[in-house]
Every structure is written in structure tokens, then in C-alpha cells.
Design a protein around this ligand. Structure first.
Ligand code: P6P
Length: 335
């Protein structure tokens, strides 16, 4: 193995070359990365750590919280509130925004996160992850409110996720491509294991929850039917299917070997645009996917162009290999 590059060295060198990572943003990323190491320790304890099962509470989404959801949310809050780099935080697990307490200095960044995505997989030992998104507060006014968070995903200063799987891997973009860091557990340090991550523009693999097929809109049904028709059908090739039910794991596979991930609108809850949340799931993943040469739309427009109206709003998600995402989006346009 060549010379090992740490997360800190990578961030310092990125700042030296591109100037995209001022000191406060570098501190933010390093603090979040350290929090993910702590989360990895709790996640890996499983039944040995009394961290499995339900917390007996519900989050703003009306979902039953797992003990680990609550633990991981607290880890991220405690790790970030004192550093002076943040004005406020927002989380899937909290109704409103979390203001940095007055006893700590205020910063210019806004941090949003899904502390533990894929919670339904915790108790069955399948990969889960932490997703985070960073915005800059508009410094034109003092104070901070939910309104400051309601910026389109194209305004993100950074985005990333940590996947707790066979390896613990941190994936990061600050707008200059995508880098992956693997946790060296013996040293307790993040080591750069891939830079310039690129998603193939074509694929033979789709990821969608097939049990919802009867509820899909026609463009989604058309696309999947064509994939299932295989080499004798209009696509002229056979497709494979994967669905891990942890967005982090499905997206990581797509970053690694290509594919298309879809959680589209369906008629089970017609008033909801989709299941996944825009601010701390779709936007960070879309930023990462686009930075790796992929595409991400809601079937009608680029996800990163969506102007949010609510902190916890949901969105239909179609992301991954560029040519496949463009095909599904064209089917929506044609319909
Ligand atoms: P379903 C996990 O709960 C999540 O938010 C995403 O990580 C995942 O892609 C999706 O929901 C799975 O949803 O309906 O297949 O369980």
C-alpha cells in the first residue's frame, strides 16, 4: 500500500489546492468524522451494548425511534455544539432546529443529518449509516431560524455519509469530486482509500422496493417493466436487482459499481411526494452522486434545484448512473 493519507491531510491539501475548505469547514468535517467513529463503536456493540430495539418514542416523522437513533443523534449534537463552527443543527430525529447554546461561540455553518439511516436494519445486522449535509448561513442577518436551512441542495458547502458495514467508510464531497476514507480501527484514524470516485454512466442494476409496484406511477412502471423484459425486451440487455433498504448502502454500491436507485412517489400516500427526506437524505446523496458524474432528479427536475419549503419535507428520488436517470426522467416528461 502506498503512503497513507489521513482525512486531515486530505482536507488541508484540498484547501491549499482549491480553497473550498476554510478552517471552520475543515473543523466541522473533522468533528463529524470523529462523531461517526463513536457511532461506529456503538453500532458494532449490537446486543452487547444494550443499544438494540426500540427507544419507545416517536420522531417527527411519526416513526418509532430505535435506541440507536436517539444515541446517534445525541452523539452528533454533543460533538458539534461547542466547536464554534455552527449556528444551528437539524436532524431527522428532532422536530425543530437545534440552536447552539449561548455558552458556546456561534459559527456560520448549518449542519443537517440523518443520524442513523436504515434503522429497520439495525436489529438484523445489515449495513446502516449516517448522512450529513452542510449549508452556510446567510450572514445578512443576526440570529438563526428554520428559514435559514431552507436553501436548495445546490448551495451545500459539503455533504457526506458514513456506512457502518463490513468496513466503516466515510464518503465526502466539498464540491471537488468524491473521496472515500476507510476507518483503520487499530489506529482509530480515517485513511484515504479512494479519490475521484466516478459512477459509470450506464448500468445493468436497479434498486427499488418491488413490493410497491402496484402503487407506482406509469413512468416508473414502464422503466422497471423494460428492465425486467431483459435482453429480449426494448432494453436489449438483462438487468439485476438489489434493495438493501438502507439508502446509504444502496448509494454506496452505486458509487462503487454503478446502478440506479429509486424511491419514487406512489399512490399509497398520494399527498406525499415520496418517502425520503429532501434536506438530510436526498440533497446530500444527490450532491455526492452528481460530484461522481451521476445524476439525481425527482422525476421532473434536478433534486439540487428544489427550493425547500419545510425542514422535513419529502421528495421522490431517482439517482445514480446518468443515462438511466435521464431515461426515467424522460419517461416522466413523456407521460
Ligand atoms: P422501505 C430507511 O428507513 C429509508 O429511509 C432509506 O434508507 C431506505 O432506502 C428506505 O427507507 C427503505 O424503505 O419502504 O423499502 O423499507
Amino acid at each position: 500500500m502506498g503512503k497513507r493519507v489521513s482525512l486531515t491531510q486530505y482536507l488541508v491539501e484540498q484547501q491549499r489546492m482549491h480553497g473550498h475548505i476554510p478552517a471552520q469547514l475543515r473543523l466541522l468535517i473533522e468533528v463529524v468524522a470523529r462523531a461517526c467513529k463513536r457511532i461506529a463503536i456503538s453500532v458494532n456493540k449490537g446486543a452487547l451494548g444494550d443499544v438494540l430495539g426500540s427507544a419507545g418514542t416517536e420522531n417527527v416523522q411519526g416513526e418509532v425511534q430505535k435506541k440507536l437513533d436517539v444515541i446517534c443523534n445525541e452523539v452528533l449534537i454533543e460533538a458539534n455544539e461547542w466547536g464554534g463552527h455552527l449556528a444551528a443543527m437539524a436532524s431527522e430525529e428532532m422536530d425543530g432546529i437545534y440552536l447552539v447554546p449561548n455558552r458556546f461561540p456561534q459559527g456560520e455553518y448549518l449542519l443537517m443529518f440523518d443520524p442513523l439511516d436504515g434503522s429497520s436494519n439495525i436489529d438484523v445486522n445489515v449495513s446502516i449509516g449516517t448522512i450529513f449535509s452542510v449549508l452556510k448561513k446567510d450572514d445578512a442577518h443576526a440570529g438563526v431560524s428554520e428559514q435559514d436551512f431552507l436553501q436548495p441542495g445546490s448551495k451545500q458547502a459539503a455533504a457526506g455519509y458514513c456506512i457502518y458495514g463490513p468496513q466503516t467508510t466515510l464518503v465526502l464531497t466539498v464540491g471537488d469530486g468524491v473521496a472515500m476514507f476507510t476507518l483503520d480501527r487499530e489506529q482509530g484514524s480515517w485513511v484515504l482509500t479512494q479519490d475521484g470516485v466516478t459512477i459509470p454512466e450506464d448500468t445493468r442494476e436497479f434498486a427499488i422496493n418491488m413490493s410497491n409496484m402496484r402503487h407506482w406511477a406509469p413512468p416508473v412502471k414502464r422503466y422497471i417493466d423494460e428492465c425486467l423484459a431483459g435482453k429480449d425486451g426494448p432494453r436489449g440487455k438483462d438487468f439485476n436487482m438489489r434493495w438493501i433498504a438502507s439508502m446509504v448502502a444502496d448509494v454506496h454500491r452505486i458509487l462503487t459499481r454503478g446502478g440506479i436507485f429509486m424511491y419514487p412517489w406512489d399512490k399509497r400516500e398520494p399527498d406525499k411526494p415520496g418517502k425520503l427526506r429532501l434536506m438530510y437524505e436526498a440533497n446530500p446523496m444527490s450532491f455526492i452522486v452528481e460530484q461522481a458524474g451521476g445524476a439525481a432528479t425527482n422525476g421532473h427536475q434536478r433534486i439540487l434545484d428544489i427550493q425547500p419549503t419545510k425542514l422535513h419535507e419529502r421528495v421522490s428520488v431517482i439517482l445514480g448512473s446518468k443515462n438511466e436517470v435521464e431515461r426515467v426522467t424522460a419517461y416522466h416528461r413523456d407521460s
